[in-house]
Write a protein that binds this ligand. Structure first.
Ligand code: BDR
Ligand code: CA
Length: 324
């Protein structure tokens, strides 16, 4: 069992990732920190509690984090995730649980003031992590692992021709994390997450296996489906963040390479990850870039957990149905 702290901006795919991580037998989620990104931070906190209530895990502490990126105004992705950040799904929560008194950056700073056998899984803009590094420059030495959904190597961006949303939203934070974390960053970028399409066929399969989970997934992803159709003529939706969970559980689900990475903070390439694969800059690698992914293995793991079904059944159905 690996212990992890999740930093996120829920967000439809963050919500799926949180449920995947919380219900996974391989992970113990110790705390959740929330950052402004897909939606303003208070909406993200609210959505985190919706997921915790669904998972019956309101005992997991939630910390409210940064309201805005380090040096820029927040540009939310409510066009993608809905004004409620939850796909305009109408899903509400019953409980009145509130976030902890400490802020996200205070919590991260204090928690990692000593060496821990605990990693961070970052699913949103890296503002909270950068603020924590500013408060505690040793943070990187004290975390066991750092996996981030963000950036892109060869695939095109989703906010500009070259930039992925999380790093585009707060490029200064991303730059600081890549420059000063001091431990290898596992970059789960668009090269691999774009392969993870939650299709209408997979959704229909969910209905056959677990009607209650299907109903939730249908409501949550409808807006995301419409967005992908409108902008990319894609049937279904790309669920980025759950792949970062799968990578955290087992890095073997993706292949990649080590490289030095720098994040652009200015101009038309703002937010771009420059991946020096061929070592032009002669700098020590600071990241592992994931390049290919076993999508069938991903969907087997993901659906086994979200549909609460036997892994062997899901694996053989996905093979027969040629899904994933
Ligand atoms: C990332 O941006 C957000 O919209 C998603 O939640 C994901 O973390 C993809 O670019
Ligand atoms: Ca996210």
């Amino acid at each position: 069992m690996q212990q992890v702290i999740i930093d996120c901006d829920p967000g439809i795919d963050d919500a799926l990732a949180l449920e995947f991580a919380i219900k996974s037998k391989e992970l113990e989620v110790l705390a959740i920190t929330v950052v402004a990104g897909n939606a303003p931070v208070d909406i993200g906190v609210e959505n985190t509690f919706k997921v915790l209530e669904r998972c019956d895990r309101l005992d997991i502490p939630v910390y409210r984090g940064a309201e805005i990126p380090l040096e820029r105004p927040n540009v939310s992705a409510q066009d993608t995730h809905g004004m409620d950040g939850f796909g305009e799904s109408g899903i509400v929560r019953q409980s009145k649980v509130q976030p902890q008194k400490e802020t996200a950056e205070e919590f991260l700073t204090n928690f990692f003031s000593e060496k821990r056998d605990v990693g961070i899984l970052a699913l949103g803009p890296l503002t909270n992590i950068a603020l924590a590094i500013q408060l505690n420059p040793k943070l990187g030495q004290n975390i066991q692992r750092f996996v981030t959904m963000g950036g892109t190597y060869k695939s095109h961006g989703n906010c500009s021709p070259v930039a992925e949303y999380n790093y585009w939203c707060d490029p200064d934070a991303a730059k600081m994390v890549y420059e000063s974390l001091g431990s290898t960053i596992e970059m789960v970028g668009l090269d691999v997450t774009r392969e993870i399409v939650f299709s209408p066929a997979i959704l229909e399969y969910c209905r056959r296996i677990n009607p209650e989970a299907y109903e939730y997934l249908r409501k949550l992803t409808r807006f995301y489906f419409d967005f992908h159709w409108q902008y990319e003529h894609l049937l279904g939706c790309v669920i980025n963040d759950p792949l970062a969970v799968a990578c955290y559980i087992s890095s073997e689900i993706c292949n990649g390479f080590d490289s030095y990475v720098e994040v652009e903070t200015q101009g038309i390439s703002i937010g771009q990850t420059l991946v020096d694969r061929y070592d032009f800059w002669q700098k020590e690698p600071n990241a592992r870039i994931l390049e290919t992914v076993d999508t069938k293995e991903f969907f087997t793991q993901f659906l086994t957990v979200l549909l609460d079904a036997p892994e062997a059944t899901i694996a053989s159905d996905l093979n027969l149905l040629k899904l994933g």
